[in-house]
Write a protein of this length. Structure first.
Length: 284
């Protein structure tokens, strides 16, 4: 059996009891380590699970799936995913590959940022399409996310923005010379995301991500040192929420008064928050 096991959001103890039982008996245990990362090191997981954990990076998952699935028709293989197994399409594809090999599969769900973002007090019923924000470069500033946000804005819905992470990314200059050298890991911050959204708005000029739009930034959701901050995109572009992982929510204009009261406690400046809510968001 091939098991895709959600680990939750924070640390080694977020795994379900059922998932832990499978991990302890599995022939091999893999940890997918590029669509998201846990807030603890591999060694901490191994100590808690009492098992060796094999890191499955992007190259292994996309190019060596046969190696991971080998023997899964005869023994149990555990594939650990940060958050929930189906939060990323990569894992859906992996299950399809297993089925094509007539390997039985089972999914063990867990909390992901898609549900964990409810810690902001924003109703999950009021979220629209989730979008991803990648690191801009001097000559590459993709804005495809903007149209999805625009659709959410038209419906008054909140937008969860997932922020870029770069883990085991090859240095392009070295690669061009025939050498593989990996860049240090990079994790986008709420401040970087907010600044890039404002930058896109300056190009588009449609008022979708203007600097006075209200948003909420979150960091390390589910961990003991979880951080939440609310304010305008301009204010969040100056916010420091500490170490990764970060996410951002652009607040939709159908925001309910109860949502507003909850989020307001995290506001950088409560008066500014109240004034903008009364002007642009309040529902009569």
């Amino acid at each position: 059996m091939f098991y895709a096991i959600g680990l939750g959001l924070a640390d080694e103890k977020d795994v379900s009891v059922k998932g832990l039982e499978i991990i302890k008996r599995a022939e091999r245990v893999y940890l997918e380590a590029y669509t998201a990362v846990l807030l603890v090191e591999k060694e901490v997981l191994e100590a808690y699970y009492g098992r060796e954990v094999i890191i499955a990076d992007r190259e292994m998952v996309e190019s060596s799936s046969d190696e991971i699935l080998e023997g899964a028709d005869k023994v149990d293989i555990a594939f650990l995913v940060v958050g929930d197994p189906f939060s990323a399409t990569t894992h859906t594809d992996f299950i399809i590959r297993a089925r094509e090999k007539n390997i039985q599969t089972r999914i063990l769900p867990n909390a992901s940022i898609l549900t964990g973002v409810g810690c902001t007090g924003l109703s999950l019923y009021n979220f629209g399409q989730t979008v991803s924000m990648v690191f801009f470069t001097d000559n590459w500033k993709p804005a495809s996310y903007y149209d999805r946000v625009k659709e959410n804005v038209a419906l008054g819905l909140h937008t969860l923005v997932l922020l870029d992470i770069k883990v085991k990314e090859p240095n392009l200059e070295s690669l061009a010379r025939g050498r593989i050298v990996y860049e240090p890991p990079r994790f986008m911050t709420v401040a970087q995301c907010a600044q890039q959204m404002i930058e896109t708005e300056e190009e588009k000029g449609e008022g979708i991500c203007s600097k006075d739009r209200l948003a909420v930034g979150v960091a390390r959701v589910g961990a003991d040192d979880q951080e939440i901050v609310a304010g305008t995109l301009e204010q969040l572009a100056e916010a420091d929420l500490g170490k990764p992982l970060h996410s951002l929510v652009l607040i939709g204009k159908r925001m309910h008064d109860m949502e507003k009261d909850y989020v307001r406690e995290y506001a950088v400046d409560k008066k500014v928050f109240d004034d903008i809510f009364a002007r642009d968001y309040h529902q009569s």
